[in-house]
Design a protein around this ligand. Structure first.
Ligand SMILES: Cc1cc2nc3c(=O)[nH]c(=O)nc-3n(C[C@H](O)[C@H](O)[C@H](O)COP(=O)(O)OP(=O)(O)OC[C@H]3O[C@@H](n4cnc5c(N)ncnc54)[C@H](O)[C@@H]3O)c2cc1C
Ligand code: SF4
Length: 325
């Protein structure tokens, strides 16, 4: 690991003025330190931002605000989250391990890097690690790779569980840019598809800081589910995950949210299936038809055709589980 300096900032303006391409922020360090150990990130300096950002979950007029350094473990057990936004708790508690969740922050979870094995293997070409070198996964091991929204440049997936619930619930990311100007980014626009710049994971402005996440009020606290399918029951990233939330009145679906992780370079919303469900009865037949619509949207690679079958099943199960949440 390259030598680096470490400082702890006490003011957001000071943290931002010290930030540049070779100076990185540090929250829980659960991803950053791993990247540094593997020489995938080689900052000259780290600025610990845990003292300058909020670690509170607060009620707003039309929703809640989650501070950037709220720990994943706090998010998973907070009373307001459990009563009004339980899908958030379900998703965040499906990730990592209790020890990691005790350190990991909300903002850090959004910014964690892909788990594509070639990204970590510096002896192989990887457009995300070294733009222009090629994508080893394109003709390589595709078990964990994307099945929608990918291209030849990169088939990696975003590894977060929390982000799947955040995109489903129409969250907004609050950012402060280098010039201290506040910027609001709708969650669906925060992460990127690979396009011609697979090295970029998200649309966070250069050297900006995430300050908090807003989630608008909703009526999904009674019927929700997070289904995560993975190689081990704990401490493993999703092969496929599904966040589902329904608002049901008199047996009919008034509103629906459906999103997935492990399928694309960004947390993915299934808008077509959501629209199909609205106005329908909450029946197994309609859930099955919605799962078919999701299934039609994906185009697996040669090495991960199983994910299409897995996803269809996960969508149907998640919708069904909404009835017993
Ligand atoms: C073994 C293991 C298993 C895991 N399993 C899962 C899993 O199943 N599901 C899942 O979702 N996650 C999983 N994770 C990922 C884990 O949740 C993330 O590492 C964690 O959320 C990152 O948060 P952090 O605070 O530690 O971020 P850090 O490591 O401190 O930072 C991550 C990145 O965010 C930047 N950053 C941090 N805060 C800010 C800010 N406020 N503004 C701007 N930039 C910022 C840092 O500069 C860095 O680039 C796992 C991690 C490990 C190590
Ligand atoms: S899928 Fe993306 S991260 Fe993986 S090798 Fe290809 S370019 Fe690199």
């Amino acid at each position: 690991m390259k030598p680096f300096t470490f400082s702890k900032s006490d003011k957001i303006s000071k943290a931002l003025s010290g930030k540049n391409d070779t100076v990185h922020f540090l929250a829980g360090g659960t991803n950053m330190v791993d990247l540094m150990k593997k020489n995938l990130a080689s900052p000259d300096a780290l600025i610990d931002v845990t003292s300058v950002l909020s670690d509170k979950i607060e009620r707003q007029d039309n929703g809640i605000r989650i501070g950037a350094v709220v720990r994943n473990s706090t998010l998973g057990k907070h009373e307001l989250i459990l009563s009004k936004f339980p899908l958030i708790a379900k998703s965040v508690l499906a990730g990592a391990s209790p020890q990691i969740r005790n350190m990991a922050s909300t903002a850090g979870n959004l910014l964690q890097r892909t788990r594509c094995p070639y990204f970590y293997d510096t002896s192989t070409p990887c457009n995300k690690r070294k733009p222009g070198t090629g994508c080893s996964a394109w003709n390589g091991n595709q078990r964990m790779s994307a099945i929608v929204g990918y291209n030849e440049q990169c088939v990696a997936v975003h590894p977060s569980d929390l982000c799947v619930a955040l995109v489903a619930l129409d969250a907004t990311v609050n950012v402060m840019d280098k010039k201290l100007k506040p910027v609001r980014i709708p969650f669906d626009m925060f992460h990127r598809l690979p396009g011609n710049t697979p090295e970029l994971d998200n649309n966070l402005p250069a050297n900006a800081i995430i300050t908090s996440i807003d989630i608008p009020d909703n009526s999904f606290h009674r019927h929700y589910a997070y289904v995560k399918l993975r190689d081990r029951d704990s401490y493993a990233f999703a092969l496929v995950s599904v966040a589902a939330a329904l608002q049901i009145e008199d047996g009919r679906i008034k509103a629906a949210r459906l999103a997935s992780g492990g399928v694309a370079h960004k947390p993915w919303r299934w808008h077509q299936a959501e629209q199909f469900l609205v106005g329908k009865e909450a029946t197994t037949a309609n859930f099955s038809a919605a799962a078919d619509l999701v299934s039609k949207e994906v185009a697996p690679l040669a090495g991960n055709a199983f994910k299409k079958v897995m996803l269809r099943g996960a969508v149907e199960t998640a919708l069904q589980n909404c009835l017993t949440a």
